[in-house]
Ligand binder design. Structure first.
Ligand SMILES: Cc1ncc(COP(=O)(O)O)c(C=O)c1O
Length: 370
């Protein structure tokens, strides 16, 4: 097999789904297919009973082509082209996010059909890949949104947030749940809106060689709030949703790549056949992966980079045994946000995807590639 290859451990995908379900037993798990939309991944998760979170009509159509029903799909992109809203509804997808009054106007013709979920802004503290940049309604705009809904007979189906991807601090969920409660409380008390759904988004972290909270620790934080709401506020959401991406697909994937060249200058540059445009896009903003090479000898400090001619195609610095052209390398935790971002920039092939039942010893993967 030619590198780069993303190997997916099928049993790990199933286990990740089951671990999440065990931690969040009352939640409808909607796998965020943006993290890895490969059909093999969807098929494994469909068989586990997962539902799916999407950001576009393209993703919805992809799921439909794999036999997923419209009511097993939600659309959580807060800002959508009018055609996307109409198209999603035509496919039977009704749960949709929004985060601005302007977006609500697009729903006026569909008030009977669409189930509107308000995406609120929450701090993304501890997230290695924050998602608070352009989405999420800040608290000072909730009044305008609720007033518009009230005046236009639009129902508020629920509230959602995303605490940031690869969230490495459980307190982020605590902060988000507090803000979510303020939003639900305001909608109910002042606007007679009745949000019955809470969607806590994704963000659950994977092992990238850094300290992370367990899924159980995060679930405990979320459930503490849910129990408090039920006991002290008499409020229990009828529908609970989470949208894990990385947690399901990330740890199940090993990207295997090869050294195409070494250049020793002010730094020791190690060029791989994968790179920022070829699967390792998240490295541009600080994500690094545990790795191992087939190299031997003393360790050297190197900077890993991709094969393209663009200077942005730099990954990260690390220490590896003396690198040589032809060495193989695996990256752990690379099942999410790798192949989906990969392009053919400069004519380099994106990673292919291969499935194995188990990857107990990732070193064995070196034998599977040329
Ligand atoms: C709306 C939404 N839901 C879920 C996810 C998945 O997040 P993660 O992969 O961190 O679980 C994302 C990621 O971008 C998102 O934007």
């Amino acid at each position: 097999m030619k590198t780069p290859v993303l190997f997916i451990d099928k049993s790990r995908v199933r286990q990740n789904y089951r671990d999440l379900k065990a931690a969040f037993p009352d939640f409808r798990i909607c796998y965020a297919i943006k993290s890895n939309s490969h059909s093999g991944m969807i098929e494994i998760l469909k068989a586990e009973g997962s539902h799916f979170e999407t950001a576009s009509l393209g993703e919805i159509k992809h799921l439909k082509s794999l036999g997923v029903a419209g009511d097993e799909i939600i659309l959580s992109n807060p800002v959508k082209a009018p055609e996307m809203i109409a198209g999603a509804l035509a496919e039977g997808v009704t749960v949709m996010s929004f985060d601005a009054v302007e977006e609500l106007q697009k729903f006026l013709p569909y008030r009977e059909k669409a189930k509107l979920v308000l995406r609120i802004a929450v701090p993304n503290e501890g997230s290695l890949w924050p998602l608070s940049g352009k989405f999420g309604s800040p608290e000072y705009l909730w009044d305008d949104i609720f007033e518009f809904m009230q005046n236009n007979s639009l129902d508020l189906y629920g509230v959602t947030f995303h605490p940031g991807s690869q969230g490495e601090l459980a307190v982020a969920w605590d902060a988000a749940m507090r803000i979510a409660w303020r939003c639900i409380d305001e909608a109910r008390d002042y606007y007679q809106l009745n949000p019955v759904c809470l969607n806590i988004g994704g963000g659950f972290p994977v092992d990238l060689g850094r300290p992370i909270p367990s899924i159980k620790e995060i679930a405990d934080v979320v459930y503490e709030h849910l129990h408090y709401w039920a006991e002290h506020e008499g409020y229990k959401p009828q529908e609970l949703i989470c949208e894990p991406g990385r947690f399901i697909s990330g740890s199940a994937g090993y990207l295997v790549s090869k050294v195409v060249g070494v250049a020793r200058r002010e730094k020791n540059w190690v060029f791989l056949d994968s790179g920022v445009f070829c699967g390792m896009m998240e490295t541009i903003d600080g994500i690094t992966y545990p790795l191992k090479t087939t190299g031997v000898g003393t360790k050297e400090r190197v900077i890993l980079c991709g094969p393209s001619c663009d200077s942005v195609d730099k990954m990260f610095e690390t220490e590896i045994p003396t690198p040589q052209t032809g060495d193989k390398i695996w990256f752990q935790g690379a099942g999410a946000y790798t192949t989906v971002y990969a392009s053919t920039f400069n004519g380099f092939e994106p990673p292919t995807v291969a499935y194995l039942e188990n990857i107990d010893n990732p070193d064995e993967l070196f034998k599977l590639v040329d």
